[in-house]
Design a protein around this ligand. Sequence first.
Ligand SMILES: Cc1ncc(COP(=O)(O)O)c(C=O)c1O
Length: 330
Amino acid sequence: MTPGTPKPLSLAQLPTPIERLEAPSSRLGVNLFVKRDDLTGGITSGNKVRKLEYSLAQALSEGCDVILSCGATQTNHGRALAALCAQLNLKCQLFLLGDKSDQHLGNHLLTRILGAQINYIDLHQYKDRQKLFQRAKQDWQQKGHKAFMIPTGASDALGSFGYVKAVEEIAQQSSVEFDHVVVAVGSGGTLVGLAVGNAVFEQNWKIHGITVCDDKDYFGQVAEEILDGLKKEYLPELSLCVQDLNFVDGFKGRGYGRSDTRLRRQLIQLAQECGLVLDPVYTMKAWQGLESLVDRSVIRPGENVLFIHTGGTGGLLGHGGNFGIQDFES
Ligand SMILES: Cc1ncc(COP(=O)(O)O)c(C=O)c1O
């Protein structure tokens, strides 16, 4: 990478392993591997810590002592951020789409335990969150603090660098030449980072970003902004453009954060087939996308496929109440 690229903090447990998935490979007729980014840390596990290594480095370099961000009450990003802020002795204020009566389970429980200051907001406020951020920034300033804003999922040019770098890690650690990479898309930064890394480190992967909310038009706009930022700030020679990215719709199911019996049963079957535990909000929907790509011969027999396990165990435990007895009956 060029010398102008940002410097991360070292917060994640890297490199995460790449493991072959024997039983699903035989069942699907492809050579399937998983990148275990659910193992980037303990309480900080998942894809967000790779991004936050960059965001928080920038915050510290600007002398900020308060971090502002947002998400849903079961946000994996918010939980990882709350943990890292506690670790780095930074204050953390989160605007969470939800209600203060939401149960203290999963990520929400951990985020509370880790001491993040939470403001519960509704959808209307969430859509207008820049205003909330600006007001909070001024409030902190009046109290003698300096606040740094991290967008939803740390999906901006800076945060997505975490996944540009992850491509270098994958290329260095594996002798397998992957034909396809499959990943969940929730706020877009992971997919954009992977696609940029694919170009920068000259891999030849076909990357499939399975959208778990919104749709490919929405993510096209998000990706365009991130790519513009990357080109402007760090990678002026990058020729990758939004048309090169591949967002796959059709796996949102009943909507963001919602699951149906079919998805929960597939999640249980996969866990029992090979010990891989996914979550109902992101990674299981991405896995459904992967199986559909195989069914539709977009991924062909014998090809090398890497599934990115982006974490989400906190969310799985937070949504545990959605699992019913019928989900476990075969
Ligand atoms: C577990 C998990 N997987 C995948 C994603 C999607 O990553 P991104 O937000 O970078 O699109 C998220 C967050 O949105 C997540 O929490």
